[in-house]
Design a binder for this molecule. Structure first.
Ligand code: 13P
Ligand code: SF4
Length: 310
């Protein structure tokens, strides 16, 4: 806990108790926000927490689509996000109108949307998935069905390789993960040949990493990285994803070394949430995230399939 934010920490915990609020934080949040949260995890773990909580209020320290997901899964709760501008470049890469047009070209296809999408896009989808269960979701769909997968092309390409299925993949990307290039990985492979490489499937280099076919490269969701590093007998890990995960890895897996594949892999949206904004969010009960009930009703089935598979 940083000393400058100690008083915010005390206020946050007191306000959360007063409001019967649960604080959920994504693995990419700044360390001080992770440290004050009730639960820190990946998109899948956070969605499951939001669906199961008996708190009256959920304060979501993450990006907007995650707070929307919480609201759809727990419509009777108050869901707050400390900064409404915390968006996602990947979620912005497809609109509901674009998806409707794509579906019209493939009327019999099953639509699998990554959770990094707006509620309106989820409402047009059959399944949602996260990086933590995308493979299990694709494998749950009968092999003879055509699939539209969106919006992340690198995750889609990785899924084609691991499932052996042909997918129609939307050409969206996350600017942070697309920025982690094969050159970053090659540099680490020559500088730290003994290190294990943990790669998020949204990375631009994920497919190439799979092609290495060595036992030192592991394609994992952020939660998968924590579990893998904790169980591994190895001591040094190069981490190819947003750098916020390094705090959680160092904290929960002591005695091992974690280094960023690229120090530039920082999501400015995730970093918009600060302890001070979190405190003000609890104090002023802002900013409430609402989803149109009709949209939520159509999106809920796809999200419920997501939280129950994998
Ligand atoms: P996770 O599914 O690992 O939480 O990743 C979410 C995300 O936004 C990746 O950029
Ligand atoms: Fe979206 Fe990329 Fe940020 Fe994740 S890291 S929230 S996918 S912009």
């Amino acid at each position: 806990m940083g000393t400058t934010t100690t008083s915010a920490y005390v206020d946050i915990r007191a306000l959360a108790a007063e409001r019967n609020a649960v604080i959920l934080a994504h693995n990419y949040q700044v360390p001080d926000v992770q440290d004050v949260a009730d639960y820190v995890g990946d998109s899948l773990g956070l969605a499951r927490e939001a669906a199961a909580t008996d708190a009256d209020t959920i304060v979501f320290c993450g990006v907007h689509f995650m707070a929307e997901t919480a609201k759809i899964l727990s419509p009777e709760k108050t869901v707050l996000i400390p900064d409404l501008d915390a968006g996602c470049s990947l979620a912005d890469s497809i609109t509901a109108d674009q998806l409707r047009d794509w579906k019209a070209e493939h009327p019999d296809a099953i639509v699998v949307s990554y959770v990094n999408t707006t509620a309106e896009v989820k409402a047009e989808s059959d399944y949602c998935c996260t990086s933590g269960n995308a493979q299990a979701i694709i494998e749950a769909i009968p092999a003879d069905r055509e699939i539209l997968f969106l919006p992340d092309m690198f995750l889609g390409m990785w899924l084609e390789r691991v499932t052996g299925r042909e997918l129609n993949v939307w050409l969206g990307e996350c600017h942070v993960h697309a920025g982690i290039k094969p050159e970053h990985i090659e540099r680490w492979q020559s500088e730290a040949p003994d290190a294990e490489l943990l790669v998020h499937p949204e990375c631009g280099c994920a497919s190439q990493c799979m092609a290495f076919g060595n036992d030192k490269t592991h394609i994992l969701s952020t939660e998968g990285m924590v579990t893998f590093a904790a169980r591994s007998p190895k001591k040094r890990f190069i981490v190819a994803t947003e750098t916020g995960i390094l705090h959680r890895l160092s904290k929960e897996v002591p005695g091992k070394t974690f280094e960023a594949a690229s120090e530039d892999a920082v999501c400015r949206y995730m970093k918009m949430i600060t302890p001070e904004k979190l405190r003000d969010s609890l104090r002023e009960e802002r900013y409430e995230v609402d989803v149109d009930p009709g949209v939520a009703a159509r999106a809920r089935g796809a999200l419920e399939r997501m939280v129950s598979i994998g």
